[in-house]
Design a binder for this molecule. Structure first.
Ligand code: S3P
Length: 426
């Protein structure tokens, strides 16, 4: 386990280029590998999670080459094929869940594995709809945790699926499996989740449509094979969140963030931080948004999970809440418990380590802010399996009184170079 000692500094002026968006990077590799021909991906995330997807696409028959900022992917003319090797997804929930959709239409027997953290995460949420499509997936226990066995078929059964809880990964797995179906597959969600799959399917020539339905959406896909494309991957807004919060909390914060993807479902945390009093300026660019952030006095608020679908930015928002004046209530946060770690428990623990009072009530918790990051305690925190908890702890230490992050290697899954940018060494 790697430990990072974080020492605060007097000023925090940074120009941050976040890695290529992780959701888009996984999907660009997958769609390119499924296509007949060569695609080019620019700005692909170099994190380990996306690397797992690349390795698996190569195991299934794609040819992948990297040169500078460009990756070329050639999908085999006859399509991807099964392998007797285990497909190792490491720490990556997006890799495994989307892969289950893709493997549904690759005839044969597939074995899918992951690291200790992924092997605790539920796959029944994907196995259930894919089961309705005629695909058998078996795993461990009632929640179907990895290692998994899957039987892929040459075609799947088209379904209409209403997701019991909003999840972009589940929606995407069903849409991928729908590419091999015997008719139109429809998925509906009660809360809008990120739309990268829909946008990227359309760009790859797949016939897909979506319509609003109450607070959510209904998406329909007709079977087809993606076409090769040039993909330009914008920066990752969820990785930017750590530097946005650090820029607000540091007493001398002045942070600029290069172009990030601007899908509305990914930017809820910026709205939350703005209403907490954060000085955040957004400027539109070709592929998304640029941000500039200045030190700000934050005040408490109430944050509902539907404002930040997928809840990826909650660990960073918890650090913001600890520095705010007054209480911040996090509402309906059950999904946090089944991320790379139990982020519900870990977020509460991190806030307590910083010296904040936290009250837990069912799936909600309330953080009493300390008024500023300078009141944080010096602390130690362990995050061996969870990149986002490690990065949240790191910014808290840097903007507060310093600290030690154990398990700092987890950051490599999504943000190589994160510590160098934070500590001003890059
Ligand atoms: C992702 C979906 C998310 C999110 C993850 C990436 C995706 O989860 O947490 O980091 O790329 O589809 P949900 O499936 O809970 O929406």
């Amino acid at each position: 386990m790697t430990s990072r000692i974080i020492t605060p500094a007097d000023s925090f002026t940074r120009k941050v280029a976040t890695p290529g968006d992780k959701s888009i990077s996984h999907r660009a590799l997958m769609l390119s590998a499924m296509a007949n021909g060569t695609s080019t991906i620019r700005g692909l995330s170099r994190g380990e999670d996306v690397g797992r997807t690349a390795t698996i696409m190569a195991q299934l028959g794609a040819h992948i080459q990297s040169s500078g900022n460009e990756v070329t992917v050639t999908g085999p003319a006859a399509g991807l094929r099964a392998t007797s090797e285990a497909l190792y997804c490491g720490n990556s929930g997006t890799t495994i869940r989307l892969l289950l959709g893709i493997l549904s239409g690759i005839e044969g027997h597939h074995r899918i594995t992951g690291d200790a953290s992924l092997s605790r995460r539920p796959m029944d949420r994907v196995a259930t709809p894919l089961g309705l499509m005629g695909i058998q997936i078996t795993g461990q226990g009632t929640t179907v945790t990895p290692p998994l066995e899957q039987i892929g078929l040459s075609s799947t059964r088209a379904i209409s699926y209403e997701m019991p809880r909003a999840s972009a990964q589940v929606k995407s797995a069903v849409l991928f499996a729908g590419l091999y179906a015997d008719g139109t597959t429809t998925v509906s969600e009660n809360i809008r989740t990120r739309t990268s799959t829909e946008e990227m399917f359309e760009y790859a020539g797949i016939s897909i449509s979506s319509a609003n339905q109450g607070e959510g959406r209904i998406v329909s896909v007709t079977p087809g094979r993606p076409e090769p494309r040039i993909w330009n991957v914008p920066g990752d807004p969820s990785q930017a969140a750590f530097f946005v919060v650090a820029g607000l909390l540091h007493p001398h914060g002045d942070v600029r963030i290069d172009e990030i993807y601007a899908g509305v479902e990914r930017l809820g945390y910026l709205e939350v931080l703005s209403r907490m009093g954060g000085a955040i300026v957004k400027s539109p660019t070709d592929l998304g948004l640029r941000l500039s952030i200045r030190s700000s006095q934050l005040r408490g608020t109430t944050i509902y999970s539907h404002e930040i679908p997928s809840v990826d930015e909650v660990p960073a928002l918890v650090v913001a809440a600890c520095a705010a004046e007054g209480d911040t209530k996090f509402v309906e946060m059950a999904e946090l418990r089944i991320k790379e770690s139990d982020r519900f428990a870990e977020s509460v623990l991190l806030a307590q380590r910083l010296g904040s009072k936290v009250e837990v009530e069912g799936d909600n918790f309330t953080v009493t802010g300390q008024g500023s990051a300078s009141s944080f305690l010096h602390f130690e925190f362990e995050a061996p399996d969870d990149h986002r908890m490690a990065m949240a702890a790191a910014i808290a230490a840097y903007c507060g009184q310093g600290g030690v992050v154990h398990g700092a290697e987890s950051v490599e899954t999504s943000f190589p170079g994160f510590f160098e940018i934070l500590m001003g060494a890059s």
